[in-house]
Design a binder for this molecule. Structure first.
Ligand code: NAP
Ligand code: 8YV
Length: 309
């Protein structure tokens, strides 16, 4: 009898197909009556593929052994509860580093040179009426990276290729890294031209980029968020962008995505992106394969490939 697993949300097609080949998959997100499905599956489900897993959901599946998240960020899973219940949790690290780092640099150039706005300017037939305004460049500028982890290091390498100076903030100094470390985020924001966020979401980083940090970045400063919307005081950021007390923002993630604060749509100093850091065929396929490989390893009694709990 194949192992029964629960899929908690829509996954990549190739990942869903691979799961269906190996397991009996129940799709929670497609169930008309979720509680009824959970009650039926109570003593049968041994794994969850996907995120959005609360302590309450775990409590409804007493035979649950493992949660395999599709994504490196696992802030939608209550890992503390999983640990307490002796449930393993895996994620999809490293395979997406390059894709996210590439998008980050793309967003930075797009914001510095207002590429989406320039595109619209040409399409709207405005060019013959006058030139697009002069803007700014990345080279020679300092970028402060909040979260010099797997992805942060790839962003740092690419920022150096853009002839930028790299500094970083985290909970600790990384002695083997060549970049200047700031123990104080506000201080880093004050000294940097760009602030790039690529630290995990969750309680520990909630609104870590406060109004004070944004004000320190200032009217010439640019913020790029490819981490999670929860890291920024979004209301303060919108207000500061609108009043030009913050220079600009390139945002791939939002507090309540896919909902985006309406006020951002009318601003010319923002570039908006629909949480697409890892959204390429090659990267998403690798992420999907890692979800399946982790589950296969678990049910074969082998060590997990990328466990977080
Ligand atoms: P990682 O290797 O774990 O790096 C995270 C970094 O954040 C570490 O350098 C860590 O440094 C720092 N950090 C952790 N907690 C912190 C805190 N409380 N305060 C300050 N710094 C903290 O993770 P990763 O693989 O690079 O991924 C980072 C995040 O990117 C993910 O968790 C996810 O949310 C996001 N992401 C977004 C997309 C997208 O599509 N936009 C795609 C992939 C990932 P210290 O340990 O020294 O503090
Ligand atoms: C994905 C991500 O968009 O890995 C992460 O943490 O944010 C992205 O790669 C997401 O997890 C899947 O939709």
């Amino acid at each position: 009898m194949p192992v029964e697993i629960l899929q908690s949300h829509k996954l990549l097609e190739s990942c869903e197909a691979a799961l269906a080949k190996r397991y009996t998959v129940h799709k929670l997100h497609e169930a008309a009556d979720k509680e009824k499905l959970l009650a039926e599956l109570r003593d049968r489900v041994r794994a969850i593929a996907g995120g959005n897993v609360s302590d309450e959901l775990m409590g409804k599946l007493p035979k649950l052994e493992i949660i395999a998240n599709f994504g490196v960020g696992y802030d939608s899973i209550d890992t503390k509860a999983a640990k307490a219940r002796n449930i393993r949790v895996t994620n999809t690290p490293n395979v997406l580093n390059d894709a996210v780092a590439e998008l980050t640099i793309g967003l930075m150039i797009a914001l510095a040179r207002r590429i989406p706005q320039a595109h619209q300017f040409v399409r709207d037939g405005n060019w013959p009426k006058g030139n697009f305004p002069l803007l700014t460049e990345l080279n020679g500028k300092t970028v402060g990276i909040l979260g010099l982890g797997r992805i942060g290091k790839e962003i740092a390498a690419r920022a150096q290729a853009m002839k930028m100076r790299v500094v970083y903030h985290g909970r600790r100094k990384q002695t083997d890294e060549p970049y200047v470390f700031y123990s104080d985020l506000t201080e880093m924001a004050r000294d940097a031209d760009w602030l790039v966020l690529i630290a995990p979401g969750g309680k520990a980083t909630e609104k870590i980029v406060s109004r004070q940090v944004l004000e320190a970045l200032g009217p010439e400063g640019y913020i790029v968020n490819v981490a999670r919307g929860t890291l920024i005081d979004e209301a303060a950021m919108v207000e500061l962008l609108a009043s030009k007390q913050l220079g600009g923002a390139a945002l791939d993630v939002f507090e309540k995505e896919p909902l985006v604060p309406q006020a951002l749509f009318g601003l010319d100093n923002v570039v908006l992106s629909p949480h697409q850091g890892s959204a390429t065929h090659q990267t998403r396929n690798k992420m999907g394969a890692l979800v399946v490989d982790n589950l296969d390893a678990w049910f074969a009694g082998e060590p997990l490939i990328s466990a977080v709990v």
